[in-house]
Design a protein around this ligand. Structure first.
Ligand SMILES: O=C(O)CCC(=O)C(=O)O
Ligand SMILES: [Fe+2]
Length: 337
């Protein structure tokens, strides 16, 4: 595995990145729709905010938030250290990401399963847990020098923001506001994605069409286009808005909400001019958590369409094996199989 950002490539796309024609991105420039809702969290009418979040979660599975309480300086600093990290020499990056013998801090290229891929994706990524307590920080990169300080502060703010959004969602669903404030959401992870300029954006992708195996994801996407959402059979672009966060409903929350909210598929296209760096904040359950439709949302009129499963089993089928049949088997209620 060699990081894309470490090569001196000769201007052409290596064969191993060329996707089969049916998987290629097609239209790179898609409408940058204003339709993905932008929600102002400073709105003083809490019920109105909840209504907007629920509607966006049902219709798009995606929304952007502004006036969310995370300072612009901290967002800018986080983006700066994220870019500085990926600009370091490859060996430095590898050294900075090998501090934990259990491998909690990972640097990789393309996806987790690089050796088994039919084709590779045009992205490098750094990921690590980022719980608000200090226990994870000892394994984080120490270079760039401000990494721990800035990403530490960012993790604290994103923890608070994620709690707020989860509370809104729970209330909107008619659940107790703290329904998700437990082991279902207690394992946040940061992922710093880097998509270098790509010689042939029409032949490859930064990230293939996927759903996030999360409860929710909160994304800092910077100023460069690239994120697209699959809605009603077509791709729509998520417009970069200064200092907004993009929030999406994860596949697990789709299941917990018994299909009321949607964990919409999305992808990342590359471009030949600008490098793009993004910071994902993934809200995950603990490994042993049981995930399934909330009982409060299931009745004779709304029978469960999913059954409960252990989060680790989901990771094995969905992330590691990428086996659609195994996922279906694991999550579908017996009558839906
Ligand atoms: O980089 C982006 O715009 C999206 C990243 C993403 O979808 C992910 O990390 O799951
Ligand atoms: Fe994603």
């Amino acid at each position: 595995m060699e990081l894309i950002s470490s090569w001196c490539y000769d201007g052409s796309l290596p064969e191993s990145y060329v996707m089969p024609p049916e998987k290629r991105p097609g239209d790179l420039v898609v409408p940058l729709e204003k339709s993905i809702p932008v929600i102002d969290l400073q709105c003083h009418d809490r019920n109105e905010t909840i209504r907007q979040i629920l509607k966006a979660g049902e219709e798009y599975g995606f929304f952007q938030i502004i006036n969310h309480g995370v300072s612009k300086d901290l967002m800018d600093e986080t983006m700066n250290v994220a870019e500085e990290f990926h600009a370091m020499p490859g060996l430095d990056k590898e050294r900075e990401c090998s501090k934990d013998p259990s491998g909690s801090c990972k640097l990789y290229t393309s996806s987790y399963v690089y050796p088994r891929e039919d084709f590779h994706l045009w992205r490098d990524a750094l990921t690590h847990p980022c719980r608000p307590s200090d226990e994870d920080i000892q394994f984080w990169p120490e270079k760039p020098t401000r990494y721990r300080q800035v990403v530490g502060a960012y993790s604290v703010e994103l923890w608070k923001l994620s709690r707020r959004i989860l509370e809104f969602i729970c209330q909107g669903l008619g659940l107790s506001p703290d329904y998700l404030s437990n082991d279902l959401s207690h394992v946040p992870k940061i992922m710093i994605n880097h998509y270098p300029p790509c010689p042939e954006p029409s032949l490859t992708l930064g990230l293939s069409k996927h759903r996030d195996p999360t409860i929710i994801t909160i994304l800092l996407q910077g100023q460069i286009n690239g994120l697209q959402v699959f809605k009603d059979g077509r791709w729509i672009g998520v417009e970069p808005l200064p200092h907004a966060f993009v929030v999406n409903i994860g596949y697990l929350l789709q299941i917990i909400s018994n299909g009321k909210l949607v964990g919409t598929e999305h992808r990342v296209v590359t471009n030949s001019r600008d490098a793009r760096t993004t910071v994902s904040y993934f809200v995950y359950p603990c490994d042993e958590s049981l995930v399934g439709p909330a009982q409060e949302l299931v009745d004779a009129k709304n029978p469960a369409i999913y059954k409960a499963f252990k989060f680790t089993d989901f990771v094995a089928a969905f992330v590691l094996k990428r086996d659609d049949e195994a996922v279906k088997e694991l999550i579908s209620a017996p009558s839906c199989n």
